[in-house]
Design a protein around this ligand. Sequence first.
Ligand code: HEC
Length: 174
Amino acid sequence: MRALIIALASALLAPLALARAIPDPNQKHAPGNEAPQTPIAQAGYSTPVNYQLQCAGCHLGDGTGSKVNDTPKMKDFVGNFLKVEGGREFLVRVPGMSQSALNDAQLADLLNWLLREDGMAGKSMPAHYQPYSADEVARLRKVSMLNLPDTRAHLIEQMRALGIAIEDGMNGTP
Ligand code: HEC
């Protein structure tokens, strides 16, 4: 009986003895890789590179998005948000934008890069475009959007009222 108890106790304790913290706090950098990483906000990459690093994982390289992942299509559609009231603010406040690791100036550059007739927004761009400034982005991104689906649904409704085709890859659902 005693042997059985000892055997059982050892079997139960063995995984604890083998367990270790992952990542190992005592782990050393790989040789040649000791320098700390530069945060993207200070790295000075070009805007297309920032898009690849911060957005393309979900939105894909050309902005097609993915319905199965609830990621709307930006290509040839995202410019429509500028045609409806509240859309300009919405574009900065979506979490992928406002909570990205990019600084305000980089985010303004990224928006101005996406929102071009020869860029991702393509044919969806309004006739007159007022570029975003770093100050505007700084002001807007501080205010969080409390109800994204309702806010978006309201914007899409306004687009419909203007006769805009809802080619957002989501069948117009939020
Ligand atoms: C982790 C995945 C992910 C990342 C990374 C991401 N997004 Fe998004 N994005 C989404 C999803 C999902 C939505 C739909 C709304 C929501 O749930 O946030 C969205 C919505 C948007 C919208 C609103 C489009 C619409 O039709 O409603 C814009 C604009 C946008 N993202 C731009 C960006 C940009 C620019 C970046 C990079 C700085 C980025 N996103 C990073 C997943 C992501």
